[in-house]
Structures are given as structure tokens and as C-alpha cells.
Design a binder for this molecule. Structure first.
Ligand code: KG4
Ligand code: ZN
Length: 367
């Protein structure tokens, strides 16, 4: 049994997973994920219109012990029955990551069980596996990871072997949603509120630019944000009218979705993957989900998109990735448990002075 901790941004998340069940391809999500808790800090950051790192870190300190207790209770578990602890090491907000990492390190050391440290972006990619047995991704795969801090197209020829084929030059897609919502006077968090406003809007009413459409290796959303700002300024008071806001939201969302879809299609043509995984907070966007489903359907590529709760930050995806890491090297984890901790280490390949990484590109993962 594995305890997973995720505190890279403003969500405190804890999960308990059954590692043996995760190893079996026929297992359902309910077999594998025994407890799965996410505490959102939306209310705390709302007055500031964005995540305040120091406040988020302090909130993680308050939340973590309570949530771990609750997750163990929900799964009818005790600390003594845990076989491993895993945690997000990066990328993310340094202070937030440190809270989770220090907690996980202490817990692993105290319990004498191995610690597994994982990459948050790779966790988002593994959220694709939190699906029914027949709907899980197959390799080679292409993944579009779109969150508040990242916009990446990643090609994985096989498990844990990554090549970043496109990334953003400036803002991330989620950031573009959040900033656009702020310009339109929509409530925090921006992504969900802008996509809600767009439902009844006319996406063809305002012409907004689709970022770096010529370059298959780059996304860019800062020009789009500036273009929206210009239109809002030109419209003046009119920009606050409900119908105008809805049309602007729809036009703005359409430009983001088009950029993401176009680059995904180009990458699919070049890499010819068997599956396409859409993940990260922005994967909760209905318009993006539908557009990509259509494009992948046309090309006969298996389309894997997690349920919404697994698109945004959660600990189940972090735990599932840790299960895969353990399964790739079962001998060393078995030995750790039978022979006890190795001096100077908290887990196989995890030195006891391991630190958090605010930046940790997927291409730098060593399987
Ligand atoms: O992955 P995530 O939960 O946290 C990060 O690692 O960043 O992603 C959060 C981002 C935010 O920018 C949020 O506005 C965006 O995902 N988001 C959405 C939607 N739901 C969340 N963006 C567009 N449409 C949505 N429905
Ligand atoms: Zn994330």
C-alpha cells in the first residue's frame, strides 16, 4: 500500500493506492485508488486573483496532517500498513513543494519504508491511466499537458522515455485562460469561469490571433492576451455587457483551443502515435476535449482523457506513477523492505538530502 502526497501548487492532495492492484492491467480505478482527497485553496487566493505562494505553503502545512489522517481512515489503514510513501518533487512552487517533500521524507524515515519522488508533469501524463482497463493509453503515445504553469506536447516512444516536441514560449494555456478571465471581469479561478461564459457566446464575433501558428514546436499565448486587452479597452463600458463578455470569452477560448489542436494534429502526423493523452487542468475544458476527440477520431488514434477530477491536480496520478516506478524495479524495493533502510538514502536512488525542484523538465527524467 502506498501513500501519495501532492503539494506543488494550491491544491493539497493525498491518496492511498494498492500497488499490487495497480500492477494488474485488469484492475479498475476503484481497485487501485483506495482513497483520494483534494483540498482546494480557491477561496484563500480568490481576493488576490491568483495563487499567493507563501499562503499556499502555509495552508499545505495545516491541511496535510489532517488529510493524511482522513485518507488512512477512509481506506481503513494505519501508518504501520504502508509499504511506501511517494511525493511530488517538482516542478512547482518551491515553498509548496518543500512542505510535501519534508512531510514525506519524515514519514518514510519514521516508518522505515521507501520514499519515491516523482515529477508533477509526468504525473499528469499518468493520469491517462486512471481510466477503465480498455481505455488506457498504449505506446508510442503523444501527450498534451496543459496546466496553469505548463503547455507541452510530449512524445513517449515507450514508458518513461520522453521527447518534448512543442512547448510554450511565454504564458501557459491555463495562465492564458486565467488572465483572459481577469480582463473580462470573470470570477477566479479564471479557466472554469471563462469556459462557462463561452458556452452561450459567438466565437466568430471577435477575430483574435492564434499564437505562432507557423511554428510546430512553439505555443504562444501572450499576444492573444494583449489582443484581448486591446479589444476590451476599445469597447470601454460595452465590454462589461453580458452578451459581449460571452462573445469575447468564446472567441478567446476558440483561439486557445485552435492553437492547441493545430499543434497536436501536426505532432500526430509527424510522430504517428497509437494513443493521444490530454491532461492537466486545462484538459477539463469541454471545447478542447471535443475538438481533440474529433481530430483523433479522424486519424484512428486512441484518445485518452482522464475524468475531470484527474485532469486538475490530484495525488492519485502521483501515486500511480510511483506504482509504475516501483514495478519497473521491484527487486530494489523488496530488498529495501527486507533489509531495512540504506544509510544516507530514503528510498532506492533517493538520497536523504534530496531537495525540491521548482523547475524540472520532462526531458530530464532518468527512468
Ligand atoms: O493542473 P492544474 O490543476 O494545476 C497546475 O499544475 O497548474 O491546472 C490549473 C489550470 C488553471 O490555470 C485553470 O484555470 C485551468 O487549469 N483550468 C481550466 C479549466 N479548468 C481548470 N482552463 C480552461 N477550462 C477549464 N474548464
Ligand atoms: Zn498540475
Amino acid at each position: 500500500m502506498l501513500l501519495a502526497i501532492e503539494t506543488s501548487c494550491d491544491e493539497t492532495a493525498v491518496a492511498v493506492l494498492d500497488d499490487a492492484k495497480a500492477a494488474c492491467r485488469a484492475s479498475t480505478i476503484a481497485d487501485v485508488v483506495i482513497a483520494d482527497l483534494v483540498s482546494s485553496q480557491t477561496k484563500l487566493h480568490e481576493p488576490y486573483g491568483g495563487v499567493v505562494p507563501e499562503l499556499a505553503a502555509r495552508e499545505h502545512i495545516v491541511n496535510l496532517p489532517l488529510m493524511i489522517g482522513e485518507a488512512l481512515e477512509q481506506s481503513a489503514m494505519t501508518f504501520c500498513r504502508l509499504d511506501a510513501v511517494c511525493v511530488t518533487r517538482g516542478p512547482g512552487l518551491k515553498g509548496c513543494l518543500l512542505v510535501g517533500l519534508c512531510f514525506a521524507k519524515s514519514l518514510a524515515l519514521g516508518l522505515g519504508v521507501p520514499l519515491v519522488t516523482v515529477n508533477h508533469l509526468e504525473g499528469h501524463l499518468y493520469a491517462g491511466e486512471l481510466a477503465a482497463p480498455g481505455e488506457r493509453p498504449e505506446y508510442p503515445l503523444l501527450a498534451l499537458i496543459v496546466s496553469g504553469g505548463h503547455t507541452l506536447l510530449v512524445f513517449a516512444k515507450e514508458e518513461r522515455s520522453y521527447e518534448v516536441v512543442a512547448k510554450t514560449r511565454d504564458d501557459a494555456a491555463g495562465e492564458a485562460f486565467d488572465k483572459g478571465a481577469m480582463l473580462l471581469g470573470l470570477p477566479y479561478p479564471g479557466g472554469p469561469s471563462l469556459s462557462r461564459a463561452a458556452i452561450d457566446g459567438d466565437f466568430a464575433r471577435y477575430k483574435l490571433p492564434v499564437g505562432v501558428s507557423g511554428d510546430p514546436a512553439s505555443f504562444s499565448f501572450s499576444g492573444l492576451k494583449t489582443a484581448l486587452q486591446r479589444v476590451v479597452t476599445q469597447l470601454g463600458e460595452k465590454a462589461r455587457e453580458k452578451e459581449v463578455v460571452q462573445d469575447l470569452a468564446a472567441s478567446y477560448q476558440a483561439a486557445i483551443v485552435r492553437a492547441l489542436t493545430e499543434k497536436s494534429v501536426i505532432a500526430c502526423e509527424a510522430q504517428r502515435p497509437r494513443s493521444f493523452v490530454l491532461s492537466g487542468g486545462v484538459a477539463a475544458n469541454e471545447s478542447l476535449r471535443v475538438c481533440l476527440a474529433e481530430e483523433m477520431g479522424k486519424r484512428g488514434i486512441k484518445y485518452c482523457v482522464p475524468a475531470r477530477r484527474y485532469c486538475t491536480d490530484n495525488a492519485a496520478m502521483i501515486g500511480l506513477l510511483a506504482c509504475r516506478i516501483i514495478q519497473r524495479n521491484p527487486q530494489s524495493y523488496r530488498q529495501w523492505r527486507s533489509a531495512g533502510p540504506q544509510p544516507g538514502y530514503l528510498g532506492p536512488g533517493v538520497p536523504d538530502d534530496i531537495g525540491a525542484l521548482a523547475k524540472w523538465p520532462l526531458g530530464a527524467i532518468c527512468p
